[in-house]
Design a protein around this ligand. Structure first.
Ligand SMILES: C[S@@+](CC[C@H](N)C(=O)[O-])C[C@H]1O[C@@H](n2cnc3c(N)ncnc32)[C@H](O)[C@@H]1O
Length: 253
């Protein structure tokens, strides 16, 4: 009897529309290209390409090691991948506090980065702090890049990443999109979200092709997922990276 009950439960998971939809959209997302690394490397070519900072590194072979920049710095409390040797084994808050107070050996508080890649704790309040702190150390023509800005379902943007019985399974984008959406209203920044690799959001002071900002009035005051889902193209400024890159190169040639 118990086994039959269990089988019925498994069958209901497999036929549940939410589960099927999340599985399908996860698959679609995984087929998209390029990944974040190619985008960051291209953005670096638009800068002086001198200093790169990555917040949240995990296994450096996945992204950090493949970034083409002479001076690269990594920050991670090494919660998930202990064998990584990061430059700064701190949370991002600790790192920025030490940087401000000139307590770090490798760099001092006059440093400016060409690109800061924020991919640490994917909770909107933390991402907001990471963005604000990064702004202080960003070159005028630099870029802040954020991973996981375009969750395909409400389950991918759940707050608790340890809850793996949701239709998204172990896949987790967290609530980064809320911080990105908020900064899409910032008066000094223009932004875009490349529609690949779970949404690669970019903030910059520059006025680059297709980058824009939202009006100061936030029309998703309560950061409802259903509103993001309905208006994601406009609210995130979602664009295909390969198309954008081609247009940008054509414009400048
Ligand atoms: C999604 S992984 C990073 C993946 C990597 N950037 C890549 O592109 O392959 C998130 C990392 O953020 C780190 N992390 C968690 N909380 C953090 C915090 N408060 N500050 C900085 N990093 C944090 C974790 O230890 C983990 O290694």
């Amino acid at each position: 009897m118990k086994i039959i009950k269990k089988l019925k439960k498994v069958k209901s998971f497999l036929t549940d529309k939410e589960f099927a939809n999340a599985k399908n959209l996860s698959h679609v997302e995984r087929l998209k290209s390029p990944v974040r690394t190619e985008i960051i490397n291209f953005l670096l070519t638009l800068t002086d390409c001198n200093n790169y900072l990555e917040i949240g590194v995990r296994d450096p072979r996945n992204n950090f090691d493949k970034i083409n920049c002479p001076n690269k710095y990594s920050v991670d409390p090494e919660l998930e991948f202990k064998s990584n040797q990061v430059d700064f084994k701190y949370t991002s808050d600790e790192f920025f506090s030490k940087l401000k107070n000139n307590e770090l050996k490798k760099i001092d508080n006059t440093i400016k980065f060409d690109v800061v890649f924020i991919d640490g704790l994917h909770i909107s309040s933390q991402v907001e702090k990471d963005i604000i702190n990064s702004m202080h150390y960003l070159k005028e023509n630099g870029f802040i890049v954020l991973h996981d800005c375009n969750p395909p379902t409400i389950h991918h943007q759940r707050e608790d990443y340890q809850f793996i019985n949701s239709p998204a399974g172990i896949l987790w984008n967290g609530t980064t999109w809320k911080a990105f959406y908020k900064f899409r209203h910032h008066k000094d920044f223009n932004s875009i979200c490349f529609d690949t690799d779970w949404g690669v959001g970019v903030l910059t002071k520059r006025n680059l092709l297709s980058f824009n900002k939202l009006s100061e009035t936030i029309d998703n005051n309560y950061f409802e997922y259903s509103i993001l889902d309905e208006k994601r193209k406009q609210h995130l400024n979602l664009i295909d990276f390969n198309y954008w890159k081609k247009e940008l190169i054509n414009l400048n040639s």
